[in-house]
Design a binder for this molecule. Structure first.
Ligand SMILES: Cc1cc2nc3c(=O)[nH]c(=O)nc-3n(C[C@H](O)[C@H](O)[C@H](O)COP(=O)(O)O)c2cc1C
Length: 224
């Protein structure tokens, strides 16, 4: 193996502070019994505190062999049915979800030293739900989503601009048009964890579990 190059990255990393945000208080004993309610409470606090892109979450999926892959997606909604995100079903994540319909989702609100983790099965929306999500997107968003080729190898970068122009024309010709690949997915949490960071590492972790969507949530604290 070639000798390791200088340790520039290591040095850079050592000088970067962590948990530098201003941590709001979190008292798990007075937290709601339902993760969804606590999520809404924390999301509202994040929005009010000006957290950058609090609706951006890392979503991890795995292929049939169990190899994981993760990427950032925008949370479109959250209710009793689950936490939803939208993407082409033909993308890598869409193909993985078809093979293994389960995922993990992580929000990191660094300005508040907060992390929320969710895990559970993933359901694909009905054709009506998929269509509604697509039609609510901006014309540019719809134009970009029309080609359905996300995650496919790209030979010529100019093809992206051409596909966008074609998508724009298709959307202008028929504002109701929906590509067959567009999908709204819902992660149905069976596990949820709310993590509040602390500058002296006295972090707080509130963990919820249930074994089915009809079960009551159980809650416990976890060692940080
Ligand atoms: C802040 C942010 C938000 C994103 N939102 C979405 C999204 O809502 N839907 C989507 O398909 N890709 C979104 N992406 C792009 C994905 O991270 C990813 O590159 C793309 O979905 C392809 O993933 P895949 O190859 O694993 O299927 C977003 C990226 C970032 C950085």
């Amino acid at each position: 193996m070639a000798p390791a190059r200088g340790n520039g990255i290591r040095r850079l990393l050592r000088d970067v502070p962590v948990f530098a945000g201003s941590a709001p208080g979190f008292d798990p004993s007075s937290a709601p019994d339902e993760p969804l309610e606590l999520f809404e409470e924390w999301l509202r606090q994040a929005v009010e505190a000006g957290v950058s892109e609090p609706h951006a979450a890392v979503v991890a999926t795995a292929d049939a062999g169990g190899s994981p892959s993760a990427r950032v997606l925008i949370l479109k909604d959250a209710d009793e049915r689950g936490f939803s995100f939208a993407t082409p079903s033909s993308s890598r994540k869409g193909r993985e979800l078809a093979q293994r319909p389960e995922a993990a989702m992580v929000f990191h609100w660094r300005e508040q030293a907060r992390q929320i983790r969710l895990r559970g099965p993933v359901l694909i929306g009905t054709p009506e739900e998929n269509a509604l999500d697509f039609r609510e997107r901006s014309p540019e968003g719809r134009a970009a989503g029309m080609h359905g080729r996300q995650s496919a190898p790209l030979g010529d970068p100019d093809e992206v601009a051409r596909a966008f122009e074609e998508g724009l024309a298709a959307v202008e010709a028929d504002p109701e048009v929906v590509p067959s690949s567009w999908a709204l997915y819902r992660l149905v949490p069976m596990e949820a964890e709310f993590w509040q960071g602390h500058p002296q590492r006295l972090h707080t972790r509130l963990h919820f579990t249930r074994s089915s969507i009809d079960d009551a949530w159980k809650r416990e604290l976890l060692w940080p």
